[in-house]
Design a protein around this ligand. Structure first.
Ligand code: ADP
Ligand code: MG
Length: 248
């Protein structure tokens, strides 16, 4: 297995994905540089989640190649568990363990997967709870938290695994509007700290302010991509304009 720092954090080349006869991704190309934030936008059903899931092989691509931090994910001999360890993923649903405290939610995978001792895992967990502004919730159970707090715990849990890349799939879409801001604030801070992030979102203000590049997808293809001021501010394609007029 070859790895190289000169390669981008994520490189996607001519990615295709079909479910049976349904071709969902029809040749996707783009890159995410180290420390870059790329936001993927587009209508429902355009293939955004499938794309994200292909990056960490939750879905197996039908054709094309993907590299993450220099390792080819689409190499049949890839050590998938070890590469996936470097990729954090945050979904719309928070998927916390309901029977575990917040602290235990953050230490389980560290201990089982990274083989950290209890003291070390708890130290890392508390540092990441502090990062998402929830130091005081270590002993709480998920059901005692708001949706926004649960999502921040899910982010802290991902960060506790020391990911080099974070994937977000509409992390605020399930939240009541008044809870969205705190989650976006955490994500902004993460971006400022230099985390490499690939974010599927409908939050156009976040994409405009935080993204280095915006990728607009429709019907399984990248219609256009570029800096937010271009894609959101002066879109070149009618499909992009039409989408933006519906969401802005
Ligand atoms: P988006 O995230 O942009 O809303 P998705 O990637 O979730 O789009 O879905 C794109 C298309 O692929 C949709 O038509 C969806 O029904 C289909 N699809 C997604 N996952 C599966 C699956 N596991 N089996 C069959 N079809 C799927
Ligand atoms: Mg989706």
């Amino acid at each position: 297995m070859t790895t190289s720092q000169s390669q981008p954090a994520v490189e996607i080349r001519d990615l295709h994905k079909s479910f049976g006869p349904l071709e969902v991704l029809k040749g996707i190309d783009f890159e995410v540089g180290h420390g870059e934030v790329v936001c993927v936008i587009g209508p429902s059903g355009s293939g955004k989640s499938t794309l994200l899931r292909c990056v960490n092989l939750l879905e197996e691509p039908t054709a094309g190649r993907i590299w993450v931090n220099g390792t080819e994910m689409t190499d049949p001999d890839v050590e998938i568990d070890s590469v996936r360890r470097g990729i954090g993923m945050v979904f719309q649903s928070f998927n916390l363990f309901p029977h575990l405290t917040v602290l235990d939610n953050l230490t389980v995978a560290q201990r089982r997967v990274l083989r950290r001792g209890r003291a070390e895992a708890e130290r890392v967990a508390r540092a990441n709870l502090d990062r998402v502004g929830l130091s005081d919730k270590a002993g709480a159970f998920p059901a005692q938290l708001s949706g926004g707090q649960q999502q921040r715990v899910a982010i802290a849990r991902s960060l506790s695994m020391d990911p080099k890349l974070m994937l977000f799939d509409e992390p605020t879409s399930a939240l009541d509007p008044e809870l969205v801001g705190d989650v976006l604030t955490v994500m902004r801070k993460l971006a400022e700290d230099g985390m490499t992030m690939l974010v599927v979102t409908h939050e156009m203000a976040f994409a405009r302010d935080v993204a280095d590049r915006v990728v607009f997808m429709d019907g399984g293809v990248v219609v256009e991509q570029g800096p937010p001021q271009e894609v959101l501010g002066a879109p070149r394609h009618e499909r992009t304009r039409s989408f933006l007029s519906r969401v802005l």
